[in-house]
Structure formats: C-alpha cells, structure tokens
Design a protein around this ligand. Sequence first.
Ligand SMILES: O=C1C[C@@H](O)[C@H](O)[C@@H](O)C1=O
Ligand SMILES: [Co+2]
Length: 298
Amino acid sequence: MFRKDAVKLGIAPIGWTNDDLPDLGKENTFEQCISEMALAGFTGTEVGNKYPRDTKILKKALELRNMEIASAWFSAFLTTKPFEETEKAFIRHRDFLHEMGAKVIVVSEQGHSVQGQMDTPVFDAKPHFTDEEWKRLAEGLDKLGELAREKRMKVVYHHHMGTGVQTTAEIGKLMDMTDENLVFLLYDTGHLYLSGEDPVEILKRYLPRIKHVHLKDVRDHVAAKVKEEKMSFLNGVREGVFTVPGDGSIDFTGIFEILANSDYKGWLLVEAEQDPAKANPFEYALRARRYIREKAGI
Ligand SMILES: O=C1C[C@@H](O)[C@H](O)[C@@H](O)C1=O
Ligand SMILES: [Co+2]
C-alpha cells in the first residue's frame, strides 16, 4: 500500500491537446482541460502549450481547482548544439518551474531524435550516439543537474522512443555515465513497454534514482501495426498506440507494488496521448483514476 503522504496523482494535458500533433484536441481549452483533470480526481498536471506562461495567471487558474504543476518537458540538444544554447533555455525553463513550485524538471535529449519526424519509422531509425556524443550528453546533463540543484530541484531524464536513450542498455549507460546525485530517472511505463524493454526490471534496477513517474499504457495490436507498417512515433500516437493505465496491455499490479513498498516520493502522473476525438479525455481520465484506485489503493 502506498503511504498517503508519499505520492501525488497527476495527469498530463497531452490527452486533451497534443503539443506534438497540434490538430489533436485543438478545440479543447486550457480551462476545460484542468477542470476535467480536477473533476476526475487529480491534483497535479504537467505544462502544455495552451497553459498561460504568466505564472500569476497560471497559479490562480490551478489554485481555483486545487491543482499544481508537477513538472514540464524540456528538450536538450547536448549532442548537437553548443552547451550554452541548452543551458540558456534550461535556466529559463527551470526558473518558470521553480516559480510554479515544481521540484523536478523533465529533460530529454532531442539531438538526432526522430520522435517528431512524421515519416520516419520509429522502430527502424532510432539514433545511436557515438562515444563522443555520449560524453557530451553525460557531462551536459551533470551540469544541468547542478543548475537544478541551485534551486533545490532535480533533473529527471526521460528515456523516449525514437531517441538515443530508449533501450535498457542505453538507460543503463546514461545512469552509469552521469552523477547519481545530479541526474535522476523519469520512469515512463509506456515508452519502455513499446520499446520492448521490461518495465518491472528497469523499475527494480533504478528505483533509488527514479524521481518521477509517467503512467502510460500500450495497445499491443496497435504497437504491432506500428512495427509492421513502419510507422513513425507520431503516426503511432495518432493510431492509438498509447492509452491510459488499465486500458492497454501493461499489468500495473507489480509496478504499483514495487513503488508502494519503496521509498519513492513524488508524482504518479498519467500520460496517455491519443486522439481526443476517439478517446474522450475526461472519460479516459476517470477510467485511469478508477484503475489506480483499484490497483494501487490510492
Ligand atoms: O513525457 C512525454 C512528453 C511528450 O511530449 C512525449 O512525446 C510523450 O510520449 C511523453 O512520454
Ligand atoms: Co512521458
């Protein structure tokens, strides 16, 4: 059983409006999105591009609904651009999140990433970093980790389909090459399962370094189609490869048990990008909330 004060439940706006596929949910407003999140029983969210960037306005809208900001995605380009470019953008992002009260900063290396390319087959064309790129990535992440620590925050690295840090071996290499006190891991069930990794094994292995969790489920039959038809990551999303926990093929029982019996403290954040015209986001948020109550007892 989870300790009541250990975890908070959040949900990402990506089921309502998808920043990577802006036509998905373009009709859904920021207010509708956060109101439905709160109504479904969540108290936190990540930041989508419809959210106001003025922290006063954003805080007020969230406070009215008893919601808070858990974190927000940051794209790093440590392998392909001068460090200073990533550093400058990171500091702006960090300060915004700090002002909003978040404790973790989601970072993903987007150098050579194919996750945003509409026609690149995600299973065939993921990048592989050279030794030099690994070094730049690890050293850069340590520096971002130090910048986060200045504000008593943590960098949580997001392994991701279509990027250079996707597989078990790549996650292991990143964990080995970075400072365990500066760079932490974001555990995203959907990306691990879709990639063919064992989510339970990764959870057990890196538990002390996991400081943020994305709960995402995968529809097996769509995943098979994405592979066979050489679809891109985004076309896979459009096709419905991801869904909310309990609606796909991942059994979350063991995952919840391991987290509940560990020292994990932080967010469990449902993140299920799919077409809101096919999967009503409010309805799916309610389903996710019910599943978490049944399986995790919270
Ligand atoms: O955390 C995430 C943020 C999204 O932009 C991304 O593409 C999604 O798959 C994800 O896991
Ligand atoms: Co995620």
